[in-house]
Design a protein around this ligand. Sequence first.
Ligand SMILES: Nc1ncnc2c1ncn2[C@@H]1O[C@H](COP(=O)(O)OP(=O)(O)OP(=O)(O)O)[C@@H](O)[C@H]1O
Ligand SMILES: [Mg+2]
Length: 258
Amino acid sequence: MSLSIKDLRVSIDEKPILKGLSLEVGLGEIHAIMGPNGSGKSTLAYALAGHPKYEVEDGEVWLDDVSLLELTPDERAKMGLFLAFQYPTAIPGISMANFLRTAVNAIKGEKNGDGKNKGIAITEFRKLMTDKMSLLKMDKEFARRYLNEGFSGGEKKRAEILQMALLEPKYAILDETDSGLDIDALKIVSEGVNSLTGPNRSFIIITHYQRILNYIKPDFVHILYNGQIIESGGWELASRLEQEGYDNIIKENEMEAV
Ligand SMILES: Nc1ncnc2c1ncn2[C@@H]1O[C@H](COP(=O)(O)OP(=O)(O)OP(=O)(O)O)[C@@H](O)[C@H]1O
Ligand SMILES: [Mg+2]
């Protein structure tokens, strides 16, 4: 069981962004992807989620034994893929509780024999949501507010993790969930993520900072540069980056490429 990305090439408005990216994420593993601004990290996340603006030119992506690129975004989500956005959008007029319940029903709802979605009962959902909210130390008031409207940066990130906790995906991609979090929020969010780790769930954590990796220990760290993974290693690679920045690693790889 794995998420297997092979030689993925993705362009936006005909500009190549991912230039042959390969990555193998085994079920139960935690991978971190680091890389300079504009290197293609969010592009990878969006392309996997199936955003129509991100044109897949070539390559393969296998989720377990299913070819992901042939699926619609909602089919991908039903297969257990989840993306926490770098910039979550507000949806005025829809309360967070409503949004989450609709999402849970769409992704996890059991089907009746007649094919209609019977969904989760309101009381059961409320309990589930309140449990997860207290795990993430979110005020209950948030459930009633419109999704992300007027949420602070950190509150939006927490709402993303709450959604993840309710959907229980198999493969979760967190795009800079740590940025904008204060130190207490970072700990709470990390604890939330850690409580979800296990042999049946994988994480791809996109980040700029080693900070979050002190709380969520990755099995592998990859450096994405100019649309390709140029280096992979363990946790020590993140700590080397923190000390040295990207320059040395990029130079080494350019020398190797010559
Ligand atoms: N919708 C878009 N239209 C045009 N160009 C885009 C679009 N989205 C991304 N790009 C370009 O693709 C490149 C990669 O962007 P991407 O968002 O994947 O980078 P990133 O590694 O996530 O950067 P950051 O660390 O700043 O989040 C950038 O040069 C960006 O300007
Ligand atoms: Mg990004």
